[in-house]
Structure formats: C-alpha cells, structure tokens
Design a protein around this ligand. Structure first.
Ligand SMILES: [Cu+2]
Length: 240
C-alpha cells in the first residue's frame, strides 16, 4: 500500500516537472506549431509511459517470489484491445505530425505547386539566401541591399527565403524561428517563417559542409515593421 502511494507521488512529480519544463512562448508561427505538436505528443506519451512502467514495477513486486509459475493463457479480447489501442495512438501521432508537416510555413513546397511557381507567396517579404563555403549572404528583393552573416527580417510578416548554394549542400537552421531546410546545388529551395517576437536569434548551417562548417553561423535580427522599413531605407541610401 505504501509502495503504491510512493509510486503515485513519484508519477505526479514527473508530470509536474515536465509541465514546468514546457517551453516559453514561441517566437514564430512555425515554432508555435512545432511546440504544440511536441506538447500534444508528450501528453499522449507521458500517461502511457507511466502506465507501462507502473505495471512493470507492480508485476515485479507482486510476483517477486513465485515457486510455481504458470504459462499465460490466450486472451483474444485483450490482444485485440491492445492492438486496436496501439493502432489508434499511432494514427493520432501520424495525423498530428502530418498536419504540422503540411503547414505552409513548415513545408512551403507543399503549398507552392510548380504551376504557380512562387506566386503563392507573392505578398511575402522575399529574401534571397546564398550559402557558400563558409558563410551566408542575404539579398533583399524589395531593396538593392545585401548583407553578410546578418539576416534582418520584419516581425508579424510572412517572409519567404529563396535558398541557393554556390558549392556543396548546406542547410539553413534557425531553431527559435522553426526554420530548417537543406539547400541543394543547382536548385532553389524555399523556406518560410512568420516571426512574432522582435529580437536576435542564431542561424546555423545544419549540414556538415567542410572544414569551416562550424563557423558557418549568422545572426537573425527580427525588427518590428517600422524599424525594418527604416533599416531598409538606411541600407539603400548607404548603398546608393
Ligand atoms: Cu554549410
């Protein structure tokens, strides 16, 4: 009895700690969708894990000294039940993961068919990203501006990145904005985001691309719309 109470208390502590560990508010629409999926899967996985582990511990304790073990007998109803329950859980995991994967911010290619070749995101702020061994170059379509190792984007605005590489495979990775996309030689890849929090974030190359790979970082600066417009104007004036 006392053991059961102790196990229950441990279980409650585990649940409490995992709730405390839940991430703070997301910094982009992409990141919010990914965090929400993680939370959903956690809420399914946690009770299941506790159920399985507690059953195991109970079985070890309850049958710890059995001098006359009997073979288990068939129980079709039980087997059908756990197979169906497992199936239902896998369908739930599959469907919720698919919904996030199909999100036009997470997988823009799914929303952009070759026939409309880019017009689907015509209202987005468009930025050309060039990856090379070893660095990043960002060109802003609406202004004659190019920056190195520093990507400036507006907050509360859809942003489309057109990604190209001059040499090998690289991958753009901005964890806090939920952006990750491989960039293949000879192709223009697309990534999107919609940042919600002005601030500074890190950008990494997430594909081992040679000796300088670890230095292939950049800073992402998210500015609110007026600060972004002022920045573009400033840069254009400086360039002109
Ligand atoms: Cu790289």
């Amino acid at each position: 009895m006392r053991l059961r109470r102790r196990l229950l208390r441990t279980g409650l502590v585990v649940v409490g700690l995992s709730l405390l560990a839940a991430p703070a508010a997301a910094q982009s629409v992409n990141r919010a969708a990914i965090d929400e999926l993680n939370a959903q899967l956690l809420y399914v996985a946690l009770p299941l894990t506790l159920f399985v582990e507690l059953t195991l511990v109970y079985a070890i304790y309850r049958f710890r000294s059995n001098d006359d073990p009997q073979p288990t007998v068939d129980d079709p109803a039980l087997e059908v039940t756990w197979t169906a329950a497992t199936g239902a859980i896998l369908v739930f995991v599959g469907v919720s993961a698919f919904v996030v994967m199909a999100n036009p911010y997470i997988t823009p290619a799914a929303a952009e068919t070759p026939a409309d070749g880019g017009d689907a995101f015509g209202d987005d702020t468009e930025i050309d990203v060039l990856a090379y061994q070893w660095g990043w170059e960002f060109s802003y379509a609406e202004a004659n501006v190019t920056t190195e190792e520093r990507l400036v984007i507006p907050a509360d605005e859809n942003v489309t990145f057109r990604l190209r590489t001059t040499d090998v495979i690289h991958a753009i990775y901005i964890p806090q904005l939920g952006v990750k996309q491989d960039i293949f030689p000879g192709r223009t890849m697309t990534a999107r985001t919609h940042a919600t929090e002005p601030g500074k974030y890190r950008l990494y190359c997430a594909e081992m691309c040679g000796a300088g790979h670890s230095k292939m970082n950049a800073t992402v600066v998210v500015k609110n719309q007026s600060a972004y417009d002022a920045w573009v104007e400033n840069q254009t004036a400086a360039a002109g």
